[in-house]
Every structure is written in C-alpha cells, then in structure tokens.
Design a protein around this ligand. Sequence first.
Ligand SMILES: [Zn+2]
Length: 156
Amino acid sequence: MILRALFLASLAAGLIACAQRLEQCWVCQREVHASVRTTLILASRKEVVACCPRCALHYQEEPGNAVREIRVTDHAGGGSLPLAGAFLIEGSDETPCMRHHPVADESRTPMQVCYDRCMPSLIAFREEAAARAFATDHGGTIHRPGTVAPPRSASP
Ligand SMILES: [Zn+2]
C-alpha cells in the first residue's frame, strides 16, 4: 500500500514536472525559459507567450501582426515589465533559446549559425545597474528603454 502511494506520488510529481517543462513559444514553438519569458498582448487583447523578446519583436515586425504590448521578464529579479521600459542587452553570450538547438554536422563539428530568429539574443532588465553588471560578465550591447523597436500602436 505504501509502495503504491509512493508510486502514485512520484508519478504525479513527474507529470507536474513535464507539464511545467512544456511551455512553448506561441510564435516559434521553442521551449520557453523563465529568464527570458515574454508576453505578447495582441490587438484582440489575447495574451500569448513568446520564448524571448527577440522572437516577440520579429512577430511584431511581420506585416499584419498587430501587437498592443510586449512584456518581458527582468533577468535579474524576475517579474514582468513593458519592453518599452526595459534595459536590453543585445548579443551577449547568454542565448537561452539556443540551449536545445545544438547546431552540428554529422561529425559533431559545431557549425556557425548564420540566422536564428532568436539571435542576437535580447536579455531584459528593470535596472540599468543590473544590465551593466550582466554585460560586464556576458558581453553584449546595452540599449536604453524604448530604443529597440519601440512598440507601435495596435490600431491603424
Ligand atoms: Zn519564439
């Protein structure tokens, strides 16, 4: 009886872990990493999750895609803030969306990535000091709030 209860408990824990791991980008179907989780609020007010700010911006740039707001995760402290109010580090060595997409040929020789919709990576911060500290450790260029593709109005 105890073994059965333990089995059911571990099964439930496993299912919960799987469900938590399965959050996928609404745009590109990649796994969403918590540190760069991005929310797109569409013109219809529907909220969908994107894997990272870069992916969300690509979606917004595509003709016919009306986006009311993009909200990003503060990489340092967590929590959500508007993309337009975030300090962004572009092109650092932190590339969460590439973790599960190793690019190599049959001989396992790494190949250079020429294009990826999530690259160069954009990592968001609420505080400038945190963004600068991150760039010191991971490289990349800092963009002040609102200087990377400011949000367009969703209405025509
Ligand atoms: Zn994506």
